[in-house]
Design a protein around this ligand. Structure first.
Ligand code: ATP
Ligand code: MG
Ligand code: ZN
Length: 510
């Protein structure tokens, strides 16, 4: 059978999702593969399907028992040979696996065996593996090998032992976390050989991306939250909050004007958490204020609005959280509200943490990227694709606040009220976002935008990573004529000045 026939006959699916065919073909031709696809993108098929191209065992490493059980259940439901071994296995299940494997050997058929990373390090496993007909190693959630990732697992970092036991078996590593650093770490820890790298699926054309800067000590955030909910009369809504306490206060506020509101955070006891999850699943809760503790393994098709009331600490987490919107492919909105305080809060936590200085530096850089994304660049979808190094590139999406500021999908800004406390002159100047630029600065905005676009394209980096809109506006306003003046511009650090300071000065002073 070829891969199209296996897809139809074994997996009962009619077509591949974006990227699956390319990845499967690469695995089939014996390459080591590094595959990155966002949550829900369809990574499992990329190692499950090749299992049926030739007889033998595909050994899958997965970090969670619940995940393994789920996958084995659905493979068995399709009538495909699969099982898992981990510490929680009961006697009957153990026997089933060993008779499955005997059967497989007799029939010379295919089998997908899931194994916990702890099990791989157990005595005798290496010898056992050498005696089996292993055709492929698949390392799922491979970011766990990297200490830069968000779920570092020691046993994962030792998985190179697989390579040592069976040097000729190809390996595929899969994850949704796409930072270049994590990718590099995975490839080196797992000793992938000339890894064929694939990044797919970060374009979500049904999502509308919008980011709004909210002034401290005003009702900006509150107005946006209420307005966004008002504009979303149907489907589920997730309101992500930075702290446990905030989930409760936002829920309280929302409850005044809405029905079916709830909140969720890790401080609730297990019974309460399960109760909220059930209510949300049943639809008894439609609007849920939650910390990032909510989400793992929760997959509802009709989330129409994902709103962040505080800026997350990095683009990877942010992307993962907004990825819960519009799973059914229907129009949905992702609104990020951020204020100046959000950044200092994250900075504070990084400073306080006991991580090594290298990890701290890495987190600080990730935070800077998140801030710059929030402060704006070119098309948000386009910038995201470039940021994650997706195979796909677009110029303008037509469904983000940057491309379509007049779209009726935009959450409307409720007429700005006077700040509750008068802003000082200095503060007013800092509010570069809301302030209208003087006439003579406007041409500079255009010149700088044009230059940024070209530079970003040439270097294949997102526009916001060159410099954000906030920096761009400050450049236009301050109109620096030399390096010393450039240093005073918001967001122009030493490095940026070194890389393109002179080019910018030239543009501004023709
Ligand atoms: N080609 C396809 N056609 C239809 N449905 C598919 C296809 N490929 C995968 N799916 C379905 O998409 C869902 C998500 O797939 P999968 O669990 O493999 O995602 P994932 O990329 O591993 O996500 P996560 O990062 O959450 O683990 C599953 O329900 C799966 O059955
Ligand atoms: Mg998966
Ligand atoms: Zn766009």
């Amino acid at each position: 059978m070829n891969i199209d026939q296996i897809l139809e006959r074994k997996f009962k699916l009619s077509e591949f999702r974006h990227g699956q065919r390319e990845i499967i073909e690469s695995v089939a031709s014996g390459n080591d593969v590094m595959a990155i696809m966002p949550t829900g993108g369809g990574k499992s098929l990329c190692y499950q399907l090749p299992a049926f191209l030739k007889p033998g065992i595909t050994l899958v490493i997965s970090p969670l028992i619940a995940l393994m059980n789920d996958q084995v259940r659905s493979l068995r439901a399709l009538g495909l040979g699969a099982g898992c071994v981990h510490s929680g296995l009961n006697e009957a299940e153990q026997q089933r696996i060993s008779s499955d494997l005997k059967e497989r050997k007799k029939n010379n058929s295919s089998y997908i065996l899931y194994m916990s990373p702890e099990r791989v390090q157990k005595k005798g496993i290496a010898e056992w593996l050498q005696k089996q007909a292993i055709t492929l190693f698949a390392i799922d959630e491979a970011h766990c090998v990297s200490q830069w990732g968000h779920d570092f697992r020691k046993e994962y970092s030792q998985l190179a032992t697989l390579r040592k036991s069976c040097p000729n078996v190809p390996m595929i590593a899969l994850t949704a976390t796409a930072t270049p650093l994590v990718k590099k770490d995975i490839i080196s820890h797992l000793k992938l050989r000339q890894a064929d790298q694939h990044v797919y699926g970060f374009y979500r054309p049904n999502l509308f991306y919008q980011v709004e800067f909210c002034e401290e000590k005003t009702k900006d955030k509150r107005n946006f939250v209420l307005q966004a909910v008002k504009q979303t009369p149907e489907g589920r809504i997730i309101v992500y909050c930075g702290t446990r306490q905030k989930t409760e206060s936002w829920a309280e506020l929302l409850e005044k004007e809405n029905e079916k509101v709830g909140y969720y955070h890790a401080g609730l006891n297990a019974a309460d958490r399960t109760e909220v999850e059930k209510k949300y699943a049943r639809g008894d809760i439609r609007i849920l204020a939650a910390t990032n503790a909510f989400g793992m393994g929760i997959d509802h098709a009709d989330v129409r609005l994902v709103m962040h009331t505080q800026m997350p600490g990095n683009i990877e987490s942010y992307y993962q959280e907004i990825g819960r919107a519009g799973r059914d492919g229907k129009d949905s909105t992702c609104l990020l509200l951020y204020s100046k305080k959000d950044k200092s809060l994250h900075s504070f936590f990084i400073l306080q943490s006991r991580a090594s200085s290298k990890i701290k530096l890495n987190r600080r850089q990730a935070l800077d990227a998140m801030v710059q994304y929030s402060e704006g660049g070119e098309c948000r979808h386009s910038d995201i694709l470039t940021y994650f190094d997706d195979e796909k590139r677009i110029e303008k999406c037509g469904h983000c606040d940057s491309c379509s500021p007049k779209s009726d999908r935009m959450v409307a800004r409720v007429e700005a009220e006077k700040p509750t406390s008068a802003l000082s002159k200095k503060k007013q100047k800092e509010a570069i976002f809301s302030a209208e630029l003087p006439e003579e600065a406007k041409w500079r905005v255009d010149v700088l935008k044009e230059w940024r676009k070209e530079y970003a394209k040439e270097n294949d980096i997102p526009a916001f990573m060159v410099f954000s809109d906030k920096t761009l506006r400050d450049l236009a306003l301050k109109a620096p004529t030399n390096e010393a003046e450039l240093e005073k511009v918001y967001g122009m650090g030493e490095k940026k000045i070194e890389v393109f300071g002179s080019a910018v000065l030239e543009k501004l002073n023709p």
